[in-house]
Design a binder for this molecule. Structure first.
Ligand SMILES: [Zn+2]
Length: 141
């Protein structure tokens, strides 16, 4: 990966983890999903407010490392306004993308591509996928 791109991705993750979006408990959430990563102690809960088939609001609460927090922040902004199957499909795509070292699914203009930095550190991949796996849970509930 080119060095400029790599540092851009790093910047994105740092700013997202320092100033995360939608980092609060959603009152009146219609669904929620909590998940723990025993390896690094991350715990994340995704809250959804769903009307019909549409995700009207998404938020998260977490005690987790900066990668997990940045990922959760991006997740909530991305799925707000999406329908349930669209959000589930995105989660599936992201988890597959991060677990495959060679995959370049999102392309460099997509903010989710910033998470690709964790691919170099196998033990951190789960930190990035955890919020998305919690989202699955919330949707399946
Ligand atoms: Zn972590």
């Amino acid at each position: 990966m080119d060095a400029d791109l790599q540092s851009l991705y790093r910047e994105t993750l740092i700013s997202q983890s320092r100033n995360p979006e939608n980092n609060y408990i959603l009152e009146n959430a219609t669904r929620q999903g909590e998940l723990k990563n025993p390896l690094c102690g991350d715990v994340v809960t995704i809250y959804l407010s769903i009307d019909g088939d549409q995700i009207e609001k998404a938020s998260f609460q977490a005690q987790c490392c900066s990668i997990c927090k940045a990922s959760a922040s991006m997740l909530t902004t991305r799925i707000t306004g999406a329908d349930r199957s669209g959000a589930a499909a995105l989660a599936e795509k992201l988890v597959a993308f991060l677990n495959d070292p060679k995959s370049d699914t999102f392309g460099k203009n997509d903010s989710l591509q910033a998470l690709s930095g964790v691919k170099a550190f196998a033990s951190r991949v789960r930190c990035a996928t955890l919020p998305w796996e919690a989202l699955y849970r919330a949707l399946a509930d």
